[in-house]
Design a binder for this molecule. Structure first.
Ligand code: NDP
Length: 445
């Protein structure tokens, strides 16, 4: 089997040179699904995995815009429409200087399996730009978003491709892009999710990824007779996912001791409380300052240019970016007694780190399962838009919670290895089967 995976990966690497994050994401899936493919003639003979790793469409475009000094700036825009076998393309837009084709292809590929796991009819996509919103004025961000949408609007639509937010794309950016789409197309449709509440958004969408991740970890803990109450949690990031992960953890009686950004992390030994969280939300979402400022406000410790993984914790919630937990970080977490990992971010653990967690037999939830609550609630936003209805907060939260429980059940069903649940294998297999069968049903697509 190892040889079959190696041969397959050699071709993927040759065809997609330099796209190391994409190779990493494909390898993880290939290792999980290859035994099933080899044992199932309809998958093997139809070259299903070879087809899945080839995006249905890749868009790359110029995004020119004017800064506040009147200088012309040029960024690169992308949309990777990976797979539409089970529904319209769906996936976030990321604005960050590290964005390139390989990063977005990895995210789009992961999205296909994640969306399949949600039980909702959504294909997989991802997009973005190497534009950095940090330090830009609102007007500059608006001009960039309008230029980006001028091109993207030709390729998306409520039944074709429905983007959402991701790193660097929150409510403000979604608003500017939605306004421009509406102006160009002269239609008010649910073409983007993560919209403002009074113009088509869904309650709980901002909270959904963080809440969903916590719900998933709750289910994992139950398999070992444990709960979140009193557990010490280390969270990385301080953006959308991290903020609402912390909110739900506090609500459920856990103690969150860290938050971070790309400059460093804060350590609040006594636990971040509701008042401090409100302060974080204000500092990060309104004033848009660095996490260091929160340490000053709370009088807690701040560690410059460090990640929070050497802090003793029961559960870790990596919620910043890809590959933020190295093999060494994973070993430190395990040594310090960490019993569970809930990945709010996409692919935040390196392959070496995943092996460390799995050999230690701790509960390890990969992002494509644990953070699927975000896109699932985007799916619920699409449903509400189509019906021109707004569900209550309780209704959306209940549906989100049910979906996370269902995703957990699928992972258990496909990932059981004796007494241990391999959630990576479970998520990959469950996500794969639905998409693969749909592709086969639809002929040579
Ligand atoms: P935000 O932009 O709101 O926040 C991102 C956070 O991560 C910031 O604190 C940011 O710090 C930090 N960060 C970003 N890049 C790096 C880096 N290279 N090194 C260290 N820290 C970094 O994004 P989200 O919270 O929306 O997204 C976080 C993760 O969750 C991503 O992996 C995303 O793909 C994933 N995700 C998001 C979903 C959503 O609904 N938003 C859904 C599913 C997954 P700084 O400000 O310094 O850049």
């Amino acid at each position: 089997m190892q040889k079959r995976v190696e041969d397959f990966m050699a071709k993927v690497i040759e065809k997609n040179p330099g796209e190391k994050e994409f190779h990493q994401a494909v390898l993880e899936v290939a290792e999980s699904v290859m035994p099933l493919i080899e044992a199932t003639p309809k998958y093997k003979n139809s070259k299903i995995l070879e087809r899945m790793v080839e995006p249905e469409r890749v868009l790359m475009f110029r995004v020119p815009w004017l800064d506040d000094e009147g200088e012309i700036k040029i960024n690169r825009g992308y949309r990777i429409e990976m797979n539409s076998a089970i529904g319209p393309y769906k996936g976030g837009i990321r604005f960050h200087p590290s964005v390139n084709l390989g990063v977005l292809k990895f995210l789009a590929f992961e999205q296909v399996f994640k969306n399949s796991l949600t039980t909702l009819p959504m294909g997989g996509a991802k997009g973005g730009s190497d534009f950095d919103p940090k330090g830009k004025s609102d007007n500059e961000v608006m001009r960039f978003c309008q230029s980006f949408m001028l091109e993207l609007s030709k390729h998306i639509g409520p039944d074709t491709d429905v983007p959402a937010g991701d790193i660097g794309v929150g409510g403000r950016e979604i608003g500017y892009m939605f306004g421009q789409y509406k102006r160009i197309r002269n239609e008010f449709t649910g073409v983007l999710t993560g919209k403002g509440l009074n113009w088509g958004g869904s309650l709980i969408r901002p909270e959904a990824t963080g809440y969903g991740c916590v719900y998933f970890v709750q289910e994992m803990l139950k398999t070992r007779g444990e709960s979140l109450k009193g557990k010490i949690c280390a969270v990385s990031g301080s953006g959308n996912v991290a903020q609402y992960t912390v909110e739900k953890l506090i609500e459920l009686g856990a103690k969150v001791v860290t938050l971070s950004d790309s400059d460093g992390f804060i350590y609040d030994e006594g636990g971040i409380d509701k008042k401090e969280l409100t302060c974080v939300l204000n500092l990060k979402n309104v004033k848009r300052v660095r996490i260091k400022e929160c340490a000053k406000e709370f009088g807690c410790k701040y560690f410059e240019k460090k990640k929070p993984w050497n802090i003793k914790c029961d559960i870790a919630f990596p919620s910043a970016t890809q590959n933020e937990i190295s093999g060494d970080d994973a070993r430190t977490l395990v040594k310090n007694g960490c019993m569970a990992i809930g990945e709010g971010a996409n692919m935040p653990t390196t392959p070496e780190g995943i092996k460390v967690f799995q050999s230690a037999k701790i509960l390890y939830a990969p992002g494509k399962a644990a953070n699927a609550g975000g896109v699932a609630t985007s799916g619920l936003e699409m449903s509400q838009n189509s019906m021109r209805l707004l569900w209550t907060r309780e209704e959306v939260d209940r549906r989100l919670h049910d979906i996370m429980i269902a995703i957990h059940e699928q992972c258990v069903k496909h990932g059981k290895e004796g007494k241990y649940i391999n959630y990576v294998k479970g998520a990959n297999l469950a996500g794969f089967v639905k998409v693969a069968d749909a592709m086969i049903d639809q002929g040579l697509v």
